[in-house]
Design a protein around this ligand. Structure first.
Ligand SMILES: NC(=O)c1ccc[n+]([C@@H]2O[C@H](COP(=O)([O-])OP(=O)(O)OC[C@H]3O[C@@H](n4cnc5c(N)ncnc54)[C@H](OP(=O)(O)O)[C@@H]3O)[C@@H](O)[C@H]2O)c1
Length: 295
């Protein structure tokens, strides 16, 4: 499928920003309104944006995804992450627009010993995750040929505003403020650079992929190992204490195994994303956080 005109919701977010940058570099006409410019829960505004942009594809990067806040605000979670997706999917079908919808590794409970494939049964264990799984079903059921992409552990140069920057900037701030860091060593993930994910999404659309697709960086690590690697790349000599996950009463479950197998991407012949540590090194240089930048 040739990309000529694209609408990206959640403009200004980390993935949306990298997608916008890459698509623009490919001479694609991109409209990427922020939440204030296009609230995906406003059906009339979504319909108008589709009409006015004449987009052949919508990348739905909008999400309400602060885990703790989602747990407190179920209605908003389902409104943004599910009900708005259902209406967007209907509008896409009406206007003949392809929908690419972003979802999460958190749809799995993380109890399996192996990485999760597209065929594994989701068992979401938080309001965020349940609402995202509902959103997946809405996209697949209401939009023709929708592509639903699950990913995880995103970081990018345009840090997630709703989370106060990305994990990397928050970790470096904490290390500087506290002189030590504690990090869970029993939760595993594949940290994924949004610049790499943006390229993979574009390739997936060009190959006409639809249905469910897992896309994450190659390899995996614990949050402890991720934190250690970030501090090492930054040349920050601060001890990191590995800890075990403890969910306080009323706290939110985070999957211990958050690693996705990118089996379908391989089957479709899509280029695998780089190993997570290679991508991280690149990000640290691009963000001017790498101790090696002067060398
Ligand atoms: N971040 C991760 O680690 C991660 C992991 C797995 C999956 N994902 C999924 O990947 C996608 C992109 O995530 P990201 O990390 O790029 O998130 P992000 O940087 O926080 O971007 C999300 C954007 O959505 C906007 N938004 C929130 N509510 C909206 C609404 N009602 N209408 C329009 N826009 C709205 C936010 O605006 P405001 O900031 O102004 O609210 C923000 O700009 C999401 O679907 C997310 O669920 C993310």
């Amino acid at each position: 499928m040739r990309l000529t005109s694209v609408l990206i919701t959640g403009g200004g977010g980390q993935l949306a920003s990298d997608l916008e940058e890459r698509l623009t570099a490919h001479s694609v006409r991109v409209h990427a309104p922020s939440r204030l410019e296009l609230d995906v829960t406003d059906d009339a505004a979504v319909r108008a944006a589709l009409d006015e942009s004449g987009a052949g594809i919508v990348f739905n990067c909008a999400a309400f995804h602060n885990l703790d806040i989602c747990e407190q605000d179920e209605d908003r979670s389902f409104e943004v992450n599910a009900r708005a997706v259902k209406r967007l999917a209907v509008r896409c079908t009406e206007s003949g627009t392809k929908l690419v919808h972003m979802s999460t590794n958190y749809v799995f409970d993380g109890s399996a010993p192996e990485p999760y494939g597209e065929d594994d049964l989701p068992r979401p264990r938080s309001i965020y995750a349940i609402s995202k799984l509902a959103g997946e079903h809405c996209a697949l059921a209401y939009a023709n040929d929708a592509l639903v992409v699950r990913t995880g552990g995103l970081y990018g140069l345009h840090g997630s505003a709703s989370k106060g920057g990305n994990f990397i900037s928050r970790l470096l701030r904490r290390a500087a403020d506290q002189g030590e860091v504690k990090m869970v060593a029993d939760q595993r993930l594949s940290p994924t650079y949004t610049a790499d994910l943006a390229n993979a999404l574009i390739e997936a659309v060009e190959t006409e992929a639809s249905g469910l697709l897992h896309l994450t960086a190659a390899g995996e690590c614990s949050w402890y190992e991720f934190a250690r690697a970030i501090l090492d790349f930054a040349g920050v000599d601060v001890p990191v204490e590995p800890t075990e996950t403890v969910i306080p009463p009323g706290g939110v479950d985070r999957p211990l195994n958050g690693v996705l197998r990118n089996g379908r991407a391989e089957m479709l012949g899509l280029a695998p994303l780089r190993p997570w540590d290679e991508a991280l090194a690149d990000y640290m240089r691009a963000a001017e956080l790498s101790a090696a930048r002067a060398g």
